[in-house]
Design a protein around this ligand. Structure first.
Ligand code: SAH
Ligand code: DHB
Ligand code: MG
Length: 210
């Protein structure tokens, strides 16, 4: 998308409050990778969670807590976000972000590698947002589908992976993971899915049957 149009949409529809701006700024000051969702992608995640009146949301990949705050602010009353992060420094910064946003009571951050943590979770999530390492994405697809309720949303960042998804020369494990996830999301009969071309592509799928 034309950068000016993107800025127009961000400023009009996805303006950050000071809390979100500060969380994003911390990525620079703490030298975290700048791979958080953009404001307009955050707003889309927020809107999707609101649409289904989600109470229980799962995120894989917390980083500094930026997407987590967009997600958690959309939870229905009494709801909670569970977010998984394997890097202790990221986990600590994310916890600080959730506290600064007054969301510490609605967010449970589990420190650990996703494939170790996922088997410990109970099914019944209303939405699952996958945004961590790319090689295991087909496994995260299976876990997401297993943990989602019927009528729940499967969301996954980096559907394009900077173009690697369609680059025949890129045979990296990450690119193969992204392609594998996209194919599963497109073809699994339990899911109705598409890619919203926001930032690096967001897979949005509705689990229509168990
Ligand atoms: N969702 C965040 C960005 C996540 S970046 C946002 O938009 O604000 C990806 C994060 O996933 C990083 O913090 C990285 O440490 C974490 N991660 C990578 N591999 C992981 C794994 N196997 N298990 C859990 N977290 C992982
Ligand atoms: C990158 C970007 C992401 O949004 C992500 O989740 C992982 C990696 C990247 O730019 O490498
Ligand atoms: Mg991402």
């Amino acid at each position: 998308m034309d950068e000016r149009l993107e800025r127009y949409v961000t400023e009009l529809f996805a303006a950050e409050d000071p809390i979100l701006s500060k969380i994003r700024a911390r990525h620079q000051s703490e030298k975290l990778p700048a791979i958080n969702v953009s404001p307009e992608e955050g707003k889309l995640l927020h809107l999707l969670v609101l649409l289904i009146q989600a109470k229980h949301v799962l995120e894989i990949g917390s980083l500094g807590g930026y997407s987590g705050v967009w997600l958690a602010r959309a939870l229905a009353p009494g709801g909670s976000l569970t977010t998984i992060e394997k890097d202790p420094k990221h986990a600590s910064i994310a916890r600080q972000a959730f506290a600064a946003a007054g969301l510490q009571d609605r967010i449970r951050l589990i420190e650990g590698a996703a494939l170790d943590v996922l088997p410990t979770l109970s099914p019944g999530f209303d939405a699952v947002f996958i945004d961590a390492d790319k090689e295991p994405l087909p496994k995260y697809f299976d876990w997401g589908m297993r943990l989602l309720r019927k009528g729940g949303l499967l969301l996954c960042d980096n559907a394009f992976f900077h173009g690697a998804a369609i680059d025949p020369k890129d045979d990296s494990a990450a690119a193969r993971g992204v392609r594998g996830f996209n194919e599963l999301a497109a073809k699994d009969p339990r899911l109705v899915a598409t890619v919203v071309p926001v930032r690096d592509g967001l897979v949005v799928g509705l689990k229509v049957r168990d």
